[in-house]
Design a protein around this ligand. Sequence first.
Ligand code: BEZ
Ligand code: FE
Length: 281
Amino acid sequence: MDLQDDELTDAVVGSFAGSGSERYKEVMGALVRHLHAFAREVDLTEDEYFTAIEFLTRTGQISTGTRQEFVLLADVLGLSMLTVGLGNRKPKEATQSTVFGPFFVEGSPEVQLGDDISNGAPGQPCLVSGRVLNTKGEPIAGALVETWQADEDGFYDVQKDLDRPQNRAHLTTDADGNYKFWAVKPVAYPIPDDGPVGELLRAGGRGPMRPAHIHFMVTAPGYARLITHVFANGDEYLHTDAVFGVKQSLIADFVEHHEDGKTYYTVDYDLVLATIEETRQ
Ligand code: BEZ
Ligand code: FE
C-alpha cells in the first residue's frame, strides 16, 4: 500500500515469489525490472503509455494464423535475431542460423529430389541444390529438408488466395546427403507493412525490404534443428534487411544460364548441421 515509485519495482518482482518455478521468477522478475527501468529512462508520459497499449491492441487485432503481426514486431525490433544468436551457439563449420519468419506452414507437400515445387508461381526457374553435411564434412542421409520462399512478385503462397502450395515443400536427402529441387529465383520483397508494424517502420524512417532469400529448416536425428536462409549475392538490400537476418556466410551466387532461348538460374549451397552436443543452448 502507498508504495513510492522506487518501491514499486521491488514489490512487483516480489509478488512472483510464490511461483513454484525458479525460471518463471527469474524471467518475470527481469521483465518487470527492465520494463520499469525503460519507463523511468524515457520518463514515459501517460499519453505515450496509452498510445503503446493501442498499438499492441491493433497488433493483436490484425493477427491471424497466417498474418503474424507479433512475429513481425519481434523481427523488426531485432528480438528474433537476438534470440536466434542466444539459442544457436555452434562450431564455425556449422551453417549459421537466421530468423524463422512468419511464413512457415506445417504439412508442406513431400517431393522427390529434382522435383519442381514452384507449382505455377511467377518467376524465373531456379535449380536449388546442395548437400546436408555434419561439421566433419560427412553427408547426412535421410535429413528432412523443409523449404519455402516468395515468388517473383514478392509474395508467399499463404499471402495469395490459392488452393495449392507454391515454392513450399519438404524432401529427404539421399545416401550422399544431396537435396535438389526446382523453384523460382527469389527476389527482394517487403515484409507486410500495411499494419501497425509498417507504421512503426515509417515513423522510424525505415524501409520494409528483405533481400532475396530461400528459407530452409533441416532436421536429422542427433542434430540440432537448423533454421536458416540462403541469400542472393548482389542483392541491393543485403545491408538493410528490415529484420537484421543477413549473415555473410549465408550469401550464395545464383548463377544465370541460357539454354534454347530460355533463362534459368542455379544455386548450390551445402547446409551443415551441428550435433545436439555441439550446440550450446
Ligand atoms: C521472411 O523472411 O519470410 C520474413 C522474416 C521476418 C519477417 C517477415 C518475413
Ligand atoms: Fe522470407
